[in-house]
Design a protein around this ligand. Structure first.
Ligand code: N01
Length: 548
């Protein structure tokens, strides 16, 4: 849970006036502040945490790491920063990424315009002034011409949707709100609920500490060994010497996974065009590489079920090889959805953990958790006594953090109401009726299907250019036309329908949150195509937007 504020910010009771308010001090918010300042605008960032870092501030669970290579998962806007910072491992772990965010904040002197321990309660557009009135949990009120929602795609943790938690007397932990002090599970009976990326990363480490670990699995995930390791000095230097070229390849790629230390090819052939032997060689090569490189393997893996099944079965074979008990191995094999259509995981010893004597796996798909009890939880007739329960149960993705703020646009319309049947945006950047409100990596943009730092950087650049355009031309507002927005939403849905992603119950389609409309949330047309579209819109004098 969020830290209790120990020092309250000093609040000015009058309405303050700023050019821009940015909500969230993660990687988007930090860079947005840097750009606004560079344009000579007054801006403040509001952040509910006590420090910068966003996702990497909150998700401190054991094993938390990024599964995009560190040299790719870093800002590109400053050539000096690229040279000054050195990543110690191929895949950076949470503490190092947090240190990087802190380094950036200090390096560019950003903290003086960030107000921590402050939650924005509401953002209301005032049509009489064409400005946003932003109010915080401390009662502060700010009038700003621009409001940037840098609130994150995976920042609103999903509520516990299993009954009886109030009865449970043991300790509870949430991967998305992990305590800042060290948690020691030694000698304890621990339960983990959830086997997505967060569960899969934390389970091997919790298993090493706990007396007994019980994993409650509803849906098994496909996970690939990360094969993390230290970066040598020579590798670091090589990347630094070739950063410009690496960035060019990264920007011009649909998902940005181009290989960090060494280039990894993106295939354009069909999995069904090649012989089974060649396919096997390719799958083995990528298994050996580790990480997410099956997303750049054969071109039809995510649009053709038959192609996908060749890879799914390959990975199931690996799981069966790794896990000694055939029943456990079978339970860990995903069978009822295509490979990679729930976010693929990268692990360090996940499947091997189930060979330990102190780890057991409970299938809660067949028999769901009925309730929590004073001592643990009940599955069917069986009660599991647990000293601690870890919730790795995910997020209300892409819209949850926005809906946690009372956002109202023209005519007092609430964003929540406008988006009741699913998010409606133009380019994932803006929504009609909410002038000058920008969303970084919003629904309808590639966002979570690209690299979050570079994707945010691209959005901040686009937003900053739009703001600059308004300022230089002495205009008051920009917002999409309802027609352009509808055409974009239709396009996002059409592209989604051509893929296997829409078939799977995942957070990509909102299926993990009871009652959430089922809509494909990210844009699946590829980052390169998307960037071209955004550039074209600007080149055509902000086609699809109205400015006044
Ligand atoms: O969350 P998830 P996450 N009863 O939604 C289960 C990014 N990320 O925090 O699949 C029982 O993936 C749920 O079961 P099911 C990454 O984009 C990146 O792990 O709904 N089980 C599932 O197993 C990732 O995709 C990194 O049937 C319940 C799990 O909880 C995203 O964040 C690291 C349940 C939730 O999995 C989210 O990952 C971490 C219930 N009531 C996260 N409710 C890296 O860069 C939920 N579950 C490596």
């Amino acid at each position: 849970m969020p830290e209790a504020p120990d020092t309250q910010p000093q609040i000015d009771p009058s309405i303050q006036t700023l050019d821009a308010v940015v909500i969230g001090a993660g990687f988007a918010g930090l860079y947005q502040l840097y750009r606004l300042r560079g344009m000579g605008l007054s801006a403040r960032v509001y952040e509910s945490g006590t420090d910068v870092g966003g996702t990497w501030y909150w998700n401190r669970y054991p094993g938390a790491a990024c599964d995009v290579e560190s040299v790719l998962y870093s800002y590109s806007f400053s050539k000096e920063l690229e040279q000054e910072w050195s990543w110690s491992e191929r895949y950076a772990r949470q503490p190092e990424i947090l240190r990087y965010a802190q380094f950036v904040a200090d390096r560019f002197d950003l903290r003086k315009d960030i107000q921590f321990r402050t939650r924005v309660n509401s953002a209301v557009f005032d049509e009489s002034t064409d400005r946003w009135l932003i109010t915080t949990n401390h009662g502060e009120r700010v009038s700003a011409k621009y409001c940037v929602m840098a609130t994150g795609c995976l920042s609103a943790a999903k509520d516990v949707d299993i009954p009886g938690l109030e009865q449970y007397k043991g300790k509870t932990y949430f991967t998305a709100r992990w305590p800042h002090e060290a948690v020691d599970f030694s000698g304890q009976r621990v339960g983990v609920i959830g086997t997505g990326s967060s569960g899969i990363q934390s389970i091997p480490i919790i298993a090493e500490q706990a007396k007994h670990l019980t994993v409650f699995q509803r849906t098994p995930n496909y996970s690939i060994p990360a094969r993390n390791g230290p970066m040598t000095a020579a590798q670091q230097q090589h990347v630094k010497d070739n950063y410009a070229e690496l960035r060019t390849r990264q920007y011009n790629h649909y998902i940005g996974l181009v290989g960090g230390i060494e280039a990894v090819p993106t295939l354009t052939t069909s999995a069904l065009e090649v012989s089974p032997e060649e396919r096997q060689r390719e799958y083995e090569y990528r298994w050996g590489l580790g990480g997410l490189y099956y997303y750049t393997c054969y071109a039809d893996l995510y649009s053709n079920l038959e192609a996908n099944e060749t890879l799914a079965e390959f990975v199931r074979g690996k799981i069966r090889e790794k896990v000694r008990d055939p029943k456990t191995a079978d339970l860990l094999c995903p069978k009822d959805y295509p490979f990679g259509t729930k976010r693929l995981c990268a692990d360090s010893g996940y499947y091997e953990t189930y060979n330990r004597d102190n780890v057991s796996l409970v299938d809660i798909k067949t028999t769901p958790i009925e309730t929590f009890t004073a001592n643990g939880l009940k599955v069917g007739d069986q009660e599991y006594a647990l000293d601690a329960i870890v919730f790795a149960t995910g997020f209300d993705a892409m819209t949850g953090a926005l809906f946690n703020i009372d956002i109202r646009g023209r005519d007092g319309v609430a964003l929540k109401d406008k988006w009741a049947a699913g998010p409606y945006t133009y380019l994932g950047l803006m929504t009609a009726g909410f002038p000058n409100m920008f969303i970084t990596t919003g629904p309808g943009s590639p966002s979570v299907l690209y690299n979050m730092i570079i994707g945010n950087e691209m959005h901040v650049n686009w937003i900053s250019d739009a703001i600059d355009y308004l300022e230089k031309d002495d205009r008051r507002t920009i917002e999409p036309t309802p027609e352009a927005e509808k055409a974009w939403v239709d396009h996002v849905n059409e592209v989604g329908e051509t893929t296997l992603f829409v078939q799977t119950n995942s957070w990509y389609v909102g299926a993990n949150v009871p009652g959430k409309p089922r809509v494909i949330l990210p844009y699946l047309g590829g980052f390169d195509v998307y960037c071209q579209k955004c550039d074209d819109v600007v080149a055509k004098d902000y086609e699809g937007f109205v400015t006044a």
